[in-house]
Ligand binder design. Sequence first.
Ligand code: ZN
Length: 243
Amino acid sequence: MFATPDGDLLGRTWFDQLKKHDARINGLARRLQSQEIRPNRSRRYRARVTTFRGFIKAEIGRVLNRLIKMKRPAHIVVEKLDFTAPGLSRRLNRILARSGRKVIREKLKDFEERYGITHREVNPAYSSQTCSNSHCGHVAKANRKSQAQFACASCGHKIHADVNAARNLESGRSAFDRTAHLTKADSLRLTVHRHLERNKTRGRVTSAKVLHSPYYRTVTEASGTPLIRKFTTPDVVGDVSAG
Ligand SMILES: [Zn+2]
């Protein structure tokens, strides 16, 4: 599924289709394996995988085309190119991850060549756990209630989790350019730092509950370490957050 900062969720009907392909592909693989036949040796199996790849290509193409038409972005920031879904077999998730990544990269390259729309892949660390509310920016594991639900433990902001992540990418909050080469720990430190700075410059008091939460404790205890790298806020118009 794709989410945009405006709250669009595209590809919501995919899951039922994926389940059908999963039953066809994984079911056949298991039957073959019980007969001690390697699935890849079966023409029928390979044909089903090819059909599935065709489905992924067509669907991702359709959704990305729609996204471009709707948003007319000058630049696209892409998060999480690993497509996997809970509730699907490992076999199907593996095929999905590989083909999905390839299809998206090809499509983005095509957009760049045809329309001059540039793109960038970012490190999505903590973007799903950080509050996108403009007044907030609180980061905590508990903010992400479920795959679909985000509810901020600090300000109470409730939003679809993928839309929340997309907004963080758009605003440059909590997700960083790959070229910045941030470690996960650096990403967290910077996300917490930004939240605390935002509160400070706006004259807000950071609650004790937040300051004593696990992420904040780790960061404030390690304070004094300068944030040496420079970061730029991406000028994002469109975002793709796949989950
Ligand atoms: Zn919040």
